[in-house]
Design a protein around this ligand. Structure first.
Ligand code: G
Ligand code: MN
Length: 394
């Protein structure tokens, strides 16, 4: 295999040039093709380290192209490029897992340079919103009780949705709701900027309420089967009224509590384990499911799983992103999955950014997963559109 050689298949010369110039900056030798047959011939002759493939080209069937690459034992790192909502994408994403190809990620036009850079250099990706505002302003975000209050009143807090996938058959099983601050000047902002402060000021109660109301309605509107996962912070968890709030929100939109999965980290449960057990048992009695979030991120204790009524364990992205390179992560995940199985707890992995992570997790027996490989967290309209496109495959 030729080191640092990239073959690009794209019928749009401009798109290809953008990828080529970033790759050249990183020291790649690059060749561009707009004809699939010539591309395949070059692949067979050169066995390049990297491929970038536009899956939406006239006369090219994405799945067949991947199948041909797999038949020729393709070991190259592959980047797929596509417009958002490209009809052929879901089939290609699932086929790549079946064929055991090494897809590093999916680049949606128009893309941010740092996403391409990370894919080419095999680094974990970053959230789009970690760096980018909407470009209207460079002012710093002031986060205090007053600005949060204003933002709540102006309906600037919104919920993004990331799908959760059955890694065995590709079905969507539900969505995780993730809070975002849609700031009028600064664009979409991530929770780590405002949740810690809202926890201190007590406004976390209102923010959790927003996720409950918005998320329950959305998931209810999608039919009768998909689940809704939401994060419950330590402070919300201690709030005596949480169970009642959840129960009445379910009643208000006719959503069975069995379709709601509450994600808690161990910090929420460690402070007062006796009290935690009471609250969790009550939530279980009402029908809500309970997920132990970020498992493996810190020294999340196995005894928690055994002693508290969790129904799901969520493997942290720090373990998933190192699964490929680290045999230690692999062993930790393998033993975690065994433990979960013996306790009859469901397992889901977060942070699946590429096919090798999806393939590895599935091999180890992890049934469900979510991550950028399948879809990034999306606003409600985009999530609905994404779901319709995905379901068209089945
Ligand atoms: O652990 P918790 O559920 O709180 O974290 C979810 C966060 O992880 C969200 O903010 C989401 O945007 C981010 N996320 C989702 N999928 C991926 C992924 O594939 N890679 C990385 N790095 N982050 C992800
Ligand atoms: Mn979570």
């Amino acid at each position: 295999m030729r080191a640092s050689t990239l073959l690009i298949l794209d019928d749009d010369g401009n798109d290809a040039e953008i990828i080529a110039s970033e790759a050249q900056t990183q020291g790649f030798e690059v060749r561009i093709f707009d004809d699939a047959n010539l591309f395949m011939a070059a692949f067979l002759a050169e066995r390049p380290s990297h491929l970038a493939i536009d899956i939406l080209m006239p006369g090219v069937h994405g799945v067949s192209l991947l199948q041909t690459l797999a038949q020729h034992q393709c070991q190259s790192s592959i980047i797929l490029t596509s417009g958002i909502g490209t009809a052929a994408l879901p089939a290609v994403q699932l086929a790549a897992i079946q064929y055991q190809l090494n897809i590093r990620g999916i680049l949606h036009y128009p893309f941010h340079q740092h996403i391409l850079r990370n894919m080419l250099s095999d680094q974990a990706s970053v959230d789009l919103h970690a760096h980018t505002g909407n470009g209207l302003s460079t002012q710093p975000l002031i986060v205090d009780a007053r600005t949060i209050d204003e933002a709540i009143r102006n309906h600037e807090f919104t919920v993004f949705y990331q799908p959760q996938i059955d890694l065995v058959n590709g079905n969507v099983i539900g969505f995780e709701g993730l809070l975002r601050w849609n700031h009028p000047l600064l664009g979409i902002k991530l929770p780590d900027l405002f949740i810690p402060i809202a926890e201190k000021t007590g406004q976390i109660t209102q923010l959790t309420q927003i996720v409950i109301e918005t998320g329950f309605h959305f998931i209810r509107s999608l039919g009768t089967t998909l689940s809704f996962s939401m994060n419950i912070s330590a402070n919300s968890f201690r709030d005596q009224s949480l169970t009642n709030v959840l129960v009445s929100a379910c009643q208000a939109c006719d959503l069975p509590p069995e379709r709601v999965i509450l994600e808690l980290t161990e910090t929420a449960t460690l402070e007062d384990p006796e009290q935690a057990k009471k609250i969790l048992s009550r939530l279980r009695t009402e029908g809500f499911k309970l997920s132990l979030d970020d498992f493996g991120n810190n020294n999340a204790s196995m005894t928690l799983l055994a002693n508290l009524p969790f129904t799901e364990l969520k493997i942290d992205k720090s373990l998933v992103s190192t699964l490929e390179a680290s045999s230690k992560s692999r062993k930790v995940i393998a033993s975690t999955l065994k433990l979960a199985e013996s306790l009859k707890i469901e397992t889901i992995a977060e942070g699946i950014e590429n096919t090798l992570a999806a393939i590895g997790l599935r091999e180890l027996g992890c049934r469900y997963g979510q991550g950028y490989y399948f879809a990034r967290p999306m606003d409600q309209g985009t999530a609905l559109h994404w779901l319709q496109g995905w379901n068209r495959q089945f």
